[in-house]
Design a protein around this ligand. Structure first.
Ligand SMILES: N[C@@H](CCC(=O)N[C@@H](CS)C(=O)NCC(=O)O)C(=O)O
Length: 207
């Protein structure tokens, strides 16, 4: 059976888990990372030299790491025409927002998320938290204007492009922080929240 290594509270692990739930494929998730350790063992490093989660291992031993690469692979293999757009320009749009989540959105929100969720109150850095909150608002304006004209990030259908940023925006809405209204992002998020796969893999209390 396909195996996903990684703790289920990780934003990057939740991406392939959500994808697999959408696809209805059987898989086994094995705890690794954070308090579970594992990622520094020689056996794990052989699978993933980064010592990070997630790592996917297929039945025949094929190994893949990098969360967005795993989502792309699974979508291309199992869902061409739906999660994996066939039209090159639609697929490029999905790809773009996947990369944007990794390179722009997650670096913006990570400090405030990490301080609130993973750092004891006495050790938090209020200046870094505030800078991160403001930076997340700034970058979310891009998503807001993009979603003003389409239902999902790559057009009017749900695709793999919605998966990484959906995982990120769940954290934004779940954090106890002040946020301006982003009506288009909220409407898009409400659509995602109607998907059982998203609720199961992602919309869980932040830990
Ligand atoms: N670019 C990598 C980043 C992976 C990553 O940073 N994973 C974090 C969890 S979100 C991790 O493994 N942290 C160390 C740990 O959990 O022990 C990806 O998208 O897969």
């Amino acid at each position: 059976m396909l195996v996903i290594w990684g703790r289920d509270n990780s934003v990057n692990v939740q991406k392939p888990l959500w994808c697999l739930e959408e696809l209805g494929l059987p898989y086994e998730r094995r705890d690794a990372g954070g308090a579970f350790g594992v990622v520094d063992t020689p056996a794990y490093r052989k699978l993933n030299p980064n010592g990070l989660v997630p790592t996917m291992v297929e039945d025949d031993g094929f190994v893949l790491w990098e969360s967005n690469a795993i989502v792309r692979y699974l979508a291309a293999k199992h869902a061409p025409g739906t999660l994996w757009p066939i039209d090159l320009r639609v697929r490029a749009e999905a790809d773009r927002w996947m990369d944007w989540q990794n390179m722009v959105y997650w670096p913006a929100i990570r400090p405030v998320f990490w301080n609130i969720v993973r750092t004891p109150e006495a050790d938090r850095d209020p200046a870094a938290m505030e800078a991160s909150r403001l930076q997340t608002i700034e970058v979310t304006r891009m998503l807001e204007s993009h979603l003003a004209e389409r239902a999902y990030v790559a057009g009017n259908e749900f695709t793999m492009g919605d998966i990484p940023i959906g995982c990120g925006v769940w954290r934004w809405f779940a954090l106890p922080i002040e946020r301006p209204a982003f009506p288009h992002v909220e409407r898009w998020f409400d659509r995602l929240a109607q998907r059982p796969a998203f609720r199961k893999a992602v919309m869980q209390p932040l830990t």
